[in-house]
Write a protein that binds this ligand. Sequence first.
Ligand SMILES: C=C(O[C@@H]1C=C(C(=O)O)C=C[C@H]1O)C(=O)O
Length: 245
Amino acid sequence: MERKVKVAAVSYLNTKPLLYGFRDHKVLRSMELSLDYPARIARQLIDGEVDLALVPVAIIPKLKEHHIIADFCIGAEGPVASVCLFSDVPLQNIHRIYLDYQSRTSVALLKILVRDHWKLNVEFIETTGDYQHLIRGNDAGLVIGDRALAQRHVSPYIFDLGEAWIRFTSLPFVFAAWISNRPLPVEFIQQFNDANSIGLNNLPAVVAENSSPDFDLISYYTQNISYRLTPGKRQGLARFLNYLQ
Ligand SMILES: C=C(O[C@@H]1C=C(C(=O)O)C=C[C@H]1O)C(=O)O
């Protein structure tokens, strides 16, 4: 028997609908699953520690070989809610921006928007651990995931990067996609896609076992995160990857 496919997924609330259907699914016989934050998962796929991962799409150019294997992604066709630039002041008054160490795609997206859409002259600051308390005065911060949903209750100014990208390009955006660093059997991919779809078809059940004190999850899963990797999203992805060259 072939060895098990090592799969890594994002540990945030946005991924729960995709992972819901894996329990008891027969695809589990041929894979093992681990969870982490996006920048770590990116490193694991680049280093070959895993075979397939829900990785930030910004790392695609770093992979020797890549296959987008599933019909699902973490995308947005409007405000995404959990990828935002948070600030005490309006855009024009921001001097410095703390970058989220957990992110790869949103950091690259933010830099594109700052340069070409908002046309701001700011300094970027890398982070390695908690930094949200440093978001004050003229220092803004990019925050993603569940921590962004919490930061929405703290910062008076919220600039949503999903919304900004769409204003800028008129295209949807893909933050993360299921990407493998080697070809995988067709049968595995079919089962994997089936497992992904189960939670999306049963969102009330997904919400019943996950809760957020910060955001309404049904809205998050239906109005903000957009999970289907549609032709429009692939177009948005191609445009984004073009900017990275
Ligand atoms: C929408 C989100 O997309 C995420 C953003 C990522 C990034 O910036 O690298 C990676 C994975 C996604 O989970 C989010 O985390 O809120």
